[in-house]
Design a protein around this ligand. Sequence first.
Ligand code: ADP
Length: 252
Amino acid sequence: MISCNNLTVKYGKHMVLDKISLNAENGEITVLLGKNGSGKTTLIRTLAGVQSKFDGEIFIDGKNIKQTDRKRLSRAVGILPQNLQKPAITVTDLVSMGRYPYTDAFSKLSAEDISAVERSIKTTGIEHLQDKLVCHLSGGERQLAYISTVIAQNTNNILLDEPTASLDISYRKQFFEILDRQKKENKCIVLSMHSLEEAIKTADKIVFLDNKKIVFCGNTKQFISQRIRDKYFNVKTVELINSDGISYYIFE
Ligand code: ADP
């Protein structure tokens, strides 16, 4: 579980988040939405402990992150950042890095770590990539390899910054299946995305950021009925109902 109270983040004098409070629960997918520059990346990085300069309080599984050492924090929360590096190491070595929070000072992997890496590669369906160099992967393949690294880290809390950005339709389907499995394992998942259609299909809770504040926090039904997207993006939501009575939403 991830929560924050009165979280304020500034870059120099430029305030990006102003006294934000939210709870992301275990067994739920919380989706962050908002315009470019509304602070989604900043919020994700701050909640993960990467952006350490902030005012207010952040709790991961009930523990204040300011009182949690790095190693303990990295066993509790994993993050997929937006800008992924392209190191000249194999995918297996990259995924193995997800196990560093559990290794000793020499970073030697135990049998348990190795089996966690193998499991994660299998779960994310990237066995065919495991011997390839990360720097030789396509954007979508690289994104899945990094997602696999986060899964190998096996943290209760998972923060993903635009995880579907480079994924084509089949990789997206694969990604949402991975996400669903993590949710069923009662993990607390927070992710940012731009696709409203995918957000509505996936989210248990939507958090909408605008002008440094959370302007909406609720379920997808409330998000649609309150026409949040229409209001902040100046578009119109249209509901289409198919012959089975299932609603689909398009945005004009
Ligand atoms: P989003 O993910 O919603 O696009 P960001 O969190 O990336 O938003 O950015 C929020 C605001 O903070 C933007 O105005 C951006 O220019 C600014 N910003 C982000 N990172 C930095 C940084 N390292 N230094 C200064 N300003 C930054």
